[in-house]
Ligand binder design. Structure first.
Ligand SMILES: Nc1ncnc2c1ncn2[C@@H]1O[C@H](COP(=O)(O)OP(=O)(O)OP(=O)(O)O)[C@@H](O)[C@H]1O
Length: 714
């Protein structure tokens, strides 16, 4: 049967809008449940709130925004603010703090007032917040700060706007580029162009590029509408994009470079900066890496030629703001507010002029996908939009910058995990049978389907080039993912191919562990049974990349989770042996798909091995370590594997290490989970250093000695 025709652009946009709406509801429900059900002191204990604050000062920041600095209330003695979890860039609410005796309705009322903003600076005694509203709205009296779960509402409003634009777009307004991206047209052939574009050896800016990287760059330069750069783990996607951007500049093109997260964008700014091209990074300075601040609009509007005139108004505004605090009369105060309103208007106008000049003069503009929707880029056009980590971004998010371009280059790996979707989480997170919606044409759609996925399905491999040399993993670690997921095309670069822990270079000794790249501890036989959350009252799955969001911190995971204590003991044995051979704990990571297991592991390992990194598989995507231990947890008579069945999750788990991968799991249970899992278990049995685990391994000498020492210390 031929595949169903792609949905019309309005039908696609309508389906996205309803999916985004469901997602927003799911996310806000989780947040408000958390905040409404917890008392201020509980939230403070969880690191999500800071109590007993007062305004120390106010000033005007970038964009004419009011910045308030909060300090500990003099009534509670002032001084250092107690330990809290707020960091620069967090989105917070500044509210009047309810008295302990306040009734519930009063508390709710207070929560409705207050203002939201972004944390700009955190020191021991002060927290600075850039407010979203004017200073007149800052509540008086004793204040508290609450960390809001994330910036979901801001993000979704720009995605919705973009989808509405697409929905309302008349056919005559749809560019050939947009039509190709929706399957209403076919991509122009690039073969002829490719020949013409054959770059000579001396035309490459980075001579170390490998052949697959050069091929991908040539292809992306030649493509008229769209090119996908498929970068399996460690293959140098970002490295390739830097050369691509520089080559585009050589061809006088103007490029907008985006990524789903600030860190993904900063990573590119960092690597692009040494090439001394005019670049500008849009985004809230509080959220940028310090090393890229020099390229941010905030700094450029202070240092560029056009900046002086803006600074004059800023100084005037600050002086007025200071005078308000000294004014007791309400009438005078109102008059000053009136003057400030005018000044702020002027400030914004001048700043806008200065900013527009800077942006127009920049051939490369960098922003998060969401940031590209700000007013700064409203009427700007680009020859190409480059999106890094595109397979981690929602499609609606990608369209925010895409509407301003006539060509797209997307880099990503659709065989690793897609963005986390809350509205799917409750039952079948990460499963291919995820919840979906039917649009008017009957096309099944899910937010988990990224633009990268959709374009591949629509136009096939002809719009894609894959990077095939990887610079991370020992050849043995790479072999299975390469064979099963990447058409057996990956090769390990000579420098990493045979790298073992024993060659780490800081006195690591040769041992059974340090001379092996791949170890499999098989726990089959029933001695290592899993426990479910119901048995041990633990938290939800660790699937969500939400380990830093409020939900997980508060132990709000209401989903089913699994743990395996005996397996955690084996992990400890293995870590101990690595450390005994001289491997630094900082070079070891332990990852697991389950939160319940993560919390057991952290009790068992954190104190014994300070510096070791523990995390969920999903949270570790994009990261790497010299040695990685993966605790698979599942071991049951029913051979149920839950979301271990998601091969993209396993791919992420097994491709994080450089020199050493130890898998701990029950081959009997796991091997029956899926064809992929079955092949993996067979591969490990044949190719890994196989160890059949017994309880003696759990209580080996080292672990037992450490346990005894810990007991003595109590
Ligand atoms: N042609 C090359 N020659 C030598 N080293 C390279 C080359 N390309 C990439 N690398 C190295 O490979 C590593 C990974 O590169 P990069 O960070 O660009 O990859 P990535 O694909 O973006 O990463 P990830 O797989 O984590 O998404 C880096 O240490 C980089 O220096």
């Amino acid at each position: 049967m031929p595949p169903p025709p792609p949905p019309s652009i309005p039908a696609f946009a309508a389906a996205q809008l309803s999916l985004l709406d469901a997602e927003l509801k799911a996310e806000t429900a989780e947040t408000s449940l958390l905040v409404s059900q917890s008392s201020p002191t509980t939230l403070q204990r969880a690191g999500l709130a800071v109590l007993n604050l007062q305004v120390a000062s106010q000033r005007t920041g970038f964009g004419g925004k009011t910045v308030v600095e909060l300090e500990l209330d003099a009534a509670v003695g002032g001084g250092d603010i107690p330990e809290h979890g707020l960091r620069t860039g967090d989105i917070v609410a500044v509210q009047e703090q309810p008295a302990g005796s306040a009734r519930k309705t009063e508390k709710t009322e207070l929560r409705k007032r207050g203002v939201e903003g972004v944390v700009l600076k955190v020191t021991s005694g002060v927290i600075g917040v850039a407010l979203d509203k004017d200073e007149a709205d800052v509540p008086l009296g004793k204040l508290w700060l609450i960390k809001l779960a994330n910036d979901v509402t801001y993000r979704s409003s720009r995605m919705n706007q973009t989808m509405k634009t697409l929905q309302d777009m008349k056919e005559s307004e749809q560019s050939p580029f947009i039509q190709v991206l929706f399957g209403q047209g076919t991509p122009s052939p690039v073969d002829v162009e490719l020949d013409r574009l054959s770059l000579k050896d001396d035309e490459w800016i980075d001579p170390s590029l490998n052949d697959s990287q050069k091929d991908a760059i040539r292809f992306a330069l030649a493509a008229k509408e769209v090119a996908l750069i498929h970068g399996p783990p460690g293959t140098g996607k970002t490295h390739t994009l830097i050369e691509l951007i520089l080559q585009m500049l050589k061809r006088n093109q103007r490029v907008l470079v985006c990524g789903p997260s600030n860190i993904s964008v900063d990573n590119i700014v960092d690597r692009l900066a040494p090439h001394k091209q005019p670049i500008v990074r849009l985004g809230h300075p509080a959220r940028l890496l310090p090393s890229v601040l020099n390229h941010s609009l905030e700094i450029l509007t202070k240092t560029s030629d056009a900046a002086g005139i803006v600074q004059d108004v800023r100084r005037e505004l600050d002086a007025k703001q200071a005078s308000i605090r000294k004014t007791r009369s309400g009438k005078e105060r109102r008059a000053i507010y009136g003057e400030m309103k005018e000044l702020r208007k002027e400030y914004r106008e001048r700043e806008r002029g200065c900013v527009a000049e800077l942006i127009r003069g920049s051939r490369v503009v960098l922003a998060t996908l969401h940031g590209a929707g700000g007013f700064h880029l409203k009427n700007e056009r680009f020859d190409c939009v480059v999106i890094d980590e595109a397979s981690q971004a929602l499609e609606a998010q990608c369209w925010i910058p895409l509407l301003s371009a006539s060509k797209a280059v997307l880099a990503g790996d659709h065989l690793q995990l897609p963005p986390t979707i809350k509205s799917l989480n409750s039952k079948v997170r990460g499963s291919s049978t995820s919840s979906s919606s039917n649009n008017s044409k009957g096309t099944r759609m899910s937010l988990e389907t990224t633009l990268f996925d959709r374009l591949l399905a629509l136009h096939g491999a002809s719009i894609k080039r894959m990077l095939t040399t990887q610079y991370r993993m020992h050849e043995k670690i790479m072999r299975f993912p390469s064979a099963e997921l990447y058409e057996d095309k990956l090769t390990a670069a000579a420098a990493v191919k045979e790298r073992l822990l024993r060659e780490l270079g800081y006195g690591v000794q040769d041992s059974d562990e340090t001379r092996e790249a791949l170890v499999f501890w098989d726990t089959q036989g029933g001695d290592f049974p899993e426990r479910s959350e119901d048995d041990n009252n633990n938290n939800g799955d660790a699937a969500g990349k939400t380990t830093t969001t409020t939900g997980n911190k508060m132990g709000m995971g209401l989903r089913e989770s699994k743990s395996n204590e005996a397996e955690a003991g084996l992990v400890k044995t293995h870590v101990h042996r690595l450390v005994a051979a001289g491997v630094k704990a900082e070079d070891i990571a332990v990852i697991t798909p389950y939160n319940a297991q993560l919390s057991i592991l952290s009790q068992l390992l954190k104190e014994a091995f300070p510096g070791i990194e523990l995390g969920s598989v999903d949270g570790f995507q994009g990261r790497e370590k010299e040695a990685v231990i993966v605790s698979l947890v599942r071991s049951n008579a029913e051979h149920e594997v839950g979301f271990l069945g998601e091969r993209r999750r396993l791919n992420v788990a097994m491709t994080r290490p450089k020199r050493h991968l130890a898998i701990i799991g029950d081959s009997e249970t796991v091997g029956r989970g899926s064809e992929f899992l079955n092949k993996w278990m067979l591969f490990l049995e044949e190719q890994a250093d196989l160890r059949y685990a017994t309880m003696e391994d759990v209580f080996d000498e080292g672990t037992a000695a450490m346990a005894a020492a810990a007991k003595d210390a109590q």
